[in-house]
Design a protein around this ligand. Sequence first.
Ligand code: NDP
Length: 397
Amino acid sequence: MGKVLIIGAGGVGTVVVHKVAQHPEVFSEILLASRTKSKCDAIAKAIGGNRIKTAKVDADNVPELVSLINGFKPDLVINVALPYQDLTIMDACLETKVSYLDTANYEPKDEAKFEYSWQWAYQERFKAAGLTAILGCGFDPGVTSIYTAYAAKHHFDEIQYLDIVDCNAGDHGKAFATNFNPEINIREVTQKGKYWENGKWVETQPHEIHKPLNYPEIGPKESYVIYHEELESLVKNFPTLKRARFWMTFGQEYLTHLRVIQNIGMARIDPVIYNGVEIVPIQFLKAVLPDPGDLGENYTGWTSIGCRIKGLKDGKEKTYYVYNNCSHVAAFKETGTQGVSYTTGVPAMIGAMMYMKGIWKKPGVFNVEEFDPDPFMDALNKYGLSWVEKHNIDLEL
Ligand code: NDP
């Protein structure tokens, strides 16, 4: 049993609070804090009862975080604000001696670049303080990394080729919307592609490599190689990998909108002066795009995310595919949010549960694949993200 502080009241935060509230035997007290307190209050009200306390916090401000944490004294902070806040929240956790969990790696606001170096640099300080930091505990990164660890532990002597395949075959009925924070999402998908091959990174033009892949219960969808953050830690933690890639599906309509947004300068992250006021185009764009948290109501279809792996078992080549299909409709029914928030929030709750139960608890900063995958995989089946395995099939890759 322990107390948990959740920071961030967006789509993912909504799911985390719902799921944490379902387990009073693990999470004895819950505080939800975010920049806009009314959003926290709305989530607490939707869940009902009086277990969810709420507070306002600016997570860019370390002293404010420290006083919030000292006032509540949680055992763990779950950071589901934005990647910009990772370091300030980690600093506050160190100062108050509380463990930490997040779902996305740090990005500076003024540079479209994400990598683990900034957070890995906290390793010695977390270790010395006897605190645990669990990095990237959503679906991807998160479950995809745990799938990989599970495959390496149970099904292969050596994993050699990893293709993470992420399909959203849902329909939200809008001409253009992003499934999570538009600023973070557009920065991620418009950058150059990158994958790991034969000991080095290979860079591609954005969306240069693509092919149709078949997704279970969904069928063929055009899939594009993009760079995704879990590749960085996976190639480090599984050095036998000869190649590691990440594929994501995009519809033609989505790509056309994205191209226009870029071409007209609305994806810019540097400030411009408009009517004497400084604005950042991509932040302005976020303000006029649909709120990802509001997409759930009319969202139909499925997400399908998994790992396709090739390697050696008992001296023979073997293929393996492990995946989850998540229904947007079912996610909305349970939590009032769409499938992408759901598939991120459920693993964050499970990671927190692993920490609270002492199963994933060791001093230092860790990516999720560095913990035992087995109890997490069991929990996925219990708490809403069951998975399917296929052995020795054509991986199409
Ligand atoms: P949203 O934009 O919907 O929510 C972010 C929340 O953080 C909002 O409530 C926002 O406040 C709050 N926030 C932002 N800045 C601050 C601040 N300075 N202080 C306090 N609160 C702040 O994002 P999502 O819920 O879609 O995503 C949350 C996180 O999950 C992101 O880091 C995202 O990258 C990650 N993610 C990870 C995935 C994975 O599979 N690993 C997949 C999808 C998302 P306000 O309401 O005032 O704007």
